[in-house]
Ligand binder design. Structure first.
Ligand code: BGC
Length: 498
C-alpha cells in the first residue's frame, strides 16, 4: 500500500470512529428515541380524535351560532351573511354573460352563452391565471388592475361564436370568495381577508366599486350585475341544472358553506320578505370556533403565527391551505424532540407552508410497498433522503390523522346545515325528497381519502335511512358558472325584448 492510500485508510478509520462516537453520544443523550416518537404521535392522535359524540357537540355548538348569527349582525363568530339571492336560477336564463372568480391563488375568467328555457350552457370558454404572491399583500388598486387587465384581454378575444346583444353593455357575475357584507345583489364591503390575502386598503371598501373603478381605468365597458361568494355561486350553479340542490360547501384553500334559509327565520333581515320566502345565507363557517373543536398545540401555534390570529379557526383545522402545514409542524416537533431525522432538524423542515396539501394527499395515498411517493416528496420538499420504511409509515400516519380530523369536522358542519333545514330526520310514513349538496374545491375533488372519510362520517352521523336521501355532488367550477347565471337573472335588461 502506498503512502497516500494508507493516509486515506487512516482518515476513513478516524471518520468511522468519529461517526460511531456521534451515534453513541446521540443515543446516550436521547435514550429511547423511537419510544419518544411513538409517544408524540400517540398523544397527537388522541388530541385529534373525533368520535361521533364529539362531532355531535360540535354540531350542536354550530347550530347555536347559526341562530345567533341570523338574529343580529355581529351576534356570532358565524357571520351568516345575507346574499341578496332570494331566487335561484331556473334554467331559463339567456344571453352572453361573463364571470370573474377570485378567491385563491388563481383566478378565473369565464364567458357563457346561456341558451334559455332548459337549453343550459350552449357555449363556454375560460382562462385561469395565477396571482403573483406579492399582489396578495400589496395594494387594492394593484390587485384589481392585474385582474382587470387579464379580464380585458379575455373579453377582447371574444369570438363570433358568442353573441352579445347589440346595444347592451356586457354584464359580469363577480365571485369574490372572502367575507363580504352585501348591501345589495351587486355591492358589498369586504369585512376581512382570509387564505393568505392581506391588503389593508380594501377592508371596509365596496369591492364592486373597486372593480368598477379599475375597469374604467382600463376602458373596459362592463357592468357588474351580481356579487357572490363562491359558496353562493356553487349553490346557484348547482340549481341551474338540478332542482334538488339546497346547499353548497367549498373545501379548497379555504372552506365555507351556503344554504337556503326561510326568510322569516332571519330576524336581522330588515327588508321586505322576498316573494320566494327564501334567502341564500353565506355562513362563513370557516370562522366557527368552539371549545369542542379538537385543537392541539400545533394548531394553536399555527394560528398564533398566521396572518389572521384568532380568526378562521375551523378553516385552519380542515382546509387545504393548512393541512400540510399542520403535518409539517408535527414533523418538526418529532425532529426536535425525538431526533426523528437525525441529530439536527433539517433546515427546510423549518420553512412554514413548504409542505402543501397536495403533497400530504399524495403521501397519504401512496400504495407502493416501500412508500416511494413519500421518499420522493421528502427529497423534493425537504431535501431529506434518509427515511426508513418505519419512519415513512409514521409520516403517512400523521397525514392520516390530520386529514381524518379535517374531513370528519367538515361532516359535522354539513350535519349542522341539514339539521337547521330539518333534513336530518324522516318522520314515520314520510316520503322524503332527495337533497343535494353541491361540493367544490380542490381538497374535496382531489384528496380521495379526505372525501371518503367525510362521506362515511356523514353516513355515520345521519344513519342509513336519512343518508339515502342526501347526496354530495361534485360541482366543478360551479362558483364561476353560478355567478354568470346569477348575473343573467339580475341583468339590467331582464324582461326587455331581445
Ligand atoms: C372565505 C369564504 C370562502 C371560503 C372558500 C374562506 O376563507 O372566508 O368567503 O367562501 O374561503 O373559498
Amino acid at each position: 500500500m502506498g503512502k497516500v492510500a494508507v493516509g486515506i485508510a487512516v482518515a476513513c478509520g478516524v471518520a468511522v470512529a468519529a461517526a460511531a462516537a456521534v451515534v453513541i453520544h446521540r443515543r446516550m443523550k436521547k435514550p429511547g428515541t423511537w419510544a419518544k416518537v411513538m409517544e408524540i404521535v400517540k398523544d397527537f392522535e388522541e388530541k385529534c380524535a373525533t368520535p361521533v359524540s364529539r362531532l355531535r357537540q360540535v354540531s350542536d355548538a354550530m347550530i347555536v351560532e347559526m341562530h345567533a348569527g341570523l338574529a343580529s349582525e355581529g351576534g356570532s363568530k358565524l357571520k351568516m351573511l345575507i346574499s341578496y339571492v332570494d331566487n335561484l336560477p331556473n334554467g331559463r336564463e339567456k344571453g352572453l354573460f361573463y364571470a370573474l372568480d377570485l378567491g385563491g391563488t388563481n383566478f378565473r375568467v369565464l364567458r357563457l352563452q346561456l341558451g334559455g328555457r332548459g337549453r343550459g350552457i350552449v357555449n363556454q370558454q375560460f382562462a385561469e391565471v395565477a396571482i403573483p404572491p406579492s399582489l396578495m399583500t400589496g395594494t387594492s388598486a394593484e390587485l384589481f388592475d392585474f385582474i382587470v387587465a387579464e379580464l380585458a384581454q379575455f373579453v377582447a378575444q371574444e369570438g363570433s361564436d358568442f353573441e352579445p346583444t347589440p346595444g347592451r353593455q356586457r354584464e359580469l357575475g363577480f365571485t369574490f370568495s372572502f367575507p363580504v357584507m352585501q348591501t345589495s345583489i351587486a355591492s358589498g364591503t369586504l369585512l376581512k381577508w382570509t387564505k393568505g390575502f392581506n391588503i389593508n386598503d380594501t377592508v371596509g371598501k365596496d369591492v364592486v366599486a373597486e372593480l368598477t373603478k379599475s375597469m374604467e381605468r382600463h376602458g373596459l365597458d362592463m357592468r357588474v350585475a351580481a356579487l357572490v361568494n363562491d359558496t353562493v355561486g356553487t349553490l346557484a350553479g348547482g340549481r341551474f341544472v338540478n332542482d334538488d340542490v339546497v346547499a353548497a360547501v367549498i373545501l379548497g384553500t379555504g372552506s365555507n358553506a351556503a344554504y337556503i334559509e326561510r326568510a322569516n327565520a332571519i330576524p336581522k333581515w330588515q327588508g321586505p320578505l322576498p316573494r320566494s320566502g327564501e334567502m341564500v345565507i353565506n355562513m362563513e363557517w370557516g370562522n366557527f370556533k368552539s371549545a369542542h373543536l379538537p385543537l392541539t398545540e400545533y394548531d394553536l401555534e399555527l394560528d398564533a403565527e398566521s396572518l389572521n390570529p384568532g380568526e378562521q379557526i375551523y378553516e385552519k383545522v380542515m382546509s387545504g391551505m393548512y393541512l400540510g402545514e399542520i403535518v409539517r409542524r408535527v414533523l418538526c416537533w418529532l425532529a426536535q424532540e425525538a431526533a426523528f431525522f437525525g441529530d439536527t432538524v433539517p433546515p427546510k423542515l423549518k420553512v412554514p407552508f413548504i409542505l402543501g396539501t397536495p403533497a400530504i394527499s399524495a403521501m397519504h395515498q401512496d400504495t407502493s410497498h416501500d412508500l416511494k411517493v413519500v421518499i420522493n416528496r421528502f427529497k423534493e420538499t425537504f431535501e431529506i433522503s434518509n427515511t426508513t420504511l418505519k419512519m415513512r409509515l409514521v409520516i403517512v400516519q400523521i397525514c392520516n390523522i390530520v386529514a381524518t380530523r379535517g374531513a370528519r369536522l367538515s361532516a359535522a358542519g354539513i350535519l349542522s346545515i341539514l339539521r337547521k333545514m330539518g333534513r336530518d330526520t324522516i318522520k314515520e310514513g314520510e316520503k322524503r325528497q332527495r337533497a343535494v349538496i353541491g361540493m367544490d374545491g380542490g381538497l374535496y375533488e382531489h384528496y380521495t381519502e379526505y372525501r371518503k372519510s367525510l362521506e362515511s362520517c356523514l353516513n355515520e352521523l345521519l344513519g342509513e335511512e336519512v343518508s339515502g336521501t342526501i347526496e354530495l355532488e361534485l360541482a366543478s367550477d360551479g362558483s364561476g358558472i353560478g355567478a354568470a347565471v346569477l348575473a343573467a337573472s339580475h341583468s339590467l335588461y331582464l324582461g326587455r325584448d331581445d
